[in-house]
Design a protein around this ligand. Structure first.
Ligand code: PGA
Length: 252
């Protein structure tokens, strides 16, 4: 049995006081749910304040990105070692990083290795763009991204994958549970091909893209979908708590 995960990706939103207020608004509600792993991923500057607030609770903290070098002359970058003291998780290869910051599968792969080397658990994002979807290339694209991101990683233990079709992110148009589940099933087959059936069986694969309190239950009740990576809806405390509660209530 895979423990479901609901992770909030706050993206470039919230000042430090806003981040603190948001955590305070959701902390008690999240703490009352224990069947779901709850992760919040605020901006870098708020990580340590957020970490202090959730210290001693079951709420985990993640970063949204990092550099693949441990230290050095990389002005403005944040290293895995810096995050290791504050975070459990790190989101890597988000489509916004791929699209706006030129992150290739090779870069994502370097980051994956660096994160794991520092003891961080990666949440690796994959997903096709609209034109790729319309051209029937979804399987080809996600297969390439999964194989590229996991290249030369001997043990995938702990790694989380988030399938986030780019056309669904921030658009209000989520994939249907059938579409999401079918593609996640394919991703699981790719993981089985790279490693073995037990690695694929144990790996949590989330859906992301316009997931909210109104569609979460329908999505996570699919056996293949192990939870969600939530953008916009994770910035509303009550809605995020509701998504975690609804995920806990689903019987698979
Ligand atoms: P969204 O973003 O929920 O706002 O669509 C999801 C994501 O980008 O992780």
């Amino acid at each position: 049995m895979r423990t479901p995960m609901i992770a909030g990706n706050w993206k470039m939103n919230t000042t430090i006081p806003e981040a603190i207020a948001l955590v305070k608004g959701m902390k008690d509600g999240l703490e009352r749910v224990d069947k779901v792993e709850k992760v919040i991923c605020p901006p870098f500057v708020s990580l340590s304040a957020v970490k202090q607030l959730v210290q001693g609770t079951s709420i985990k903290v993640g970063a949204q990105n990092m550099h693949f070098e441990i230290k050095g002359a990389f002005t403005g970058e944040v290293s895995p070692l810096m995050l290791a003291g504050v975070c459990d998780y790190v989101i890597l290869g988000h489509s916004e990083r791929r699209q706006y910051f030129g992150e290739s599968d090779d870069i994502v792969n370097s980051k994956m290795k660096a994160a794991m080397g520092a003891g961080l658990i990666p949440i690796m994002c994959v997903g096709e763009r609209l034109e790729e979807n319309e051209a029937g290339k979804t399987v080809e694209v996600v297969t390439r991204q999964v194989k590229g991101g996991l290249a030369d990683i001997d043990s995938p233990q702990g790694i989380v994958i988030a399938y986030e079709p780019v056309w669904a992110i921030g658009t209000g148009k989520a994939a249907t549970s059938e579409e999401a589940s079918a593609t996640i099933g394919i991703i699981r087959e790719v993981v089985a091909e790279i490693y073995d059936a037990s690695a694929a069986d144990g790996m949590r694969i989330l859906y992301g893209g316009s997931m909210n309190a109104a569609n979460v239950a329908e999505l996570v009740q699919k056996p293949e979908i192990d939870g969600g990576l939530i953008g916009g809806a994770s910035l509303k405390a009550a809605e995020f708590v509701s998504m975690v509660q609804q995920t806990a209530a689903v019987q698979k």
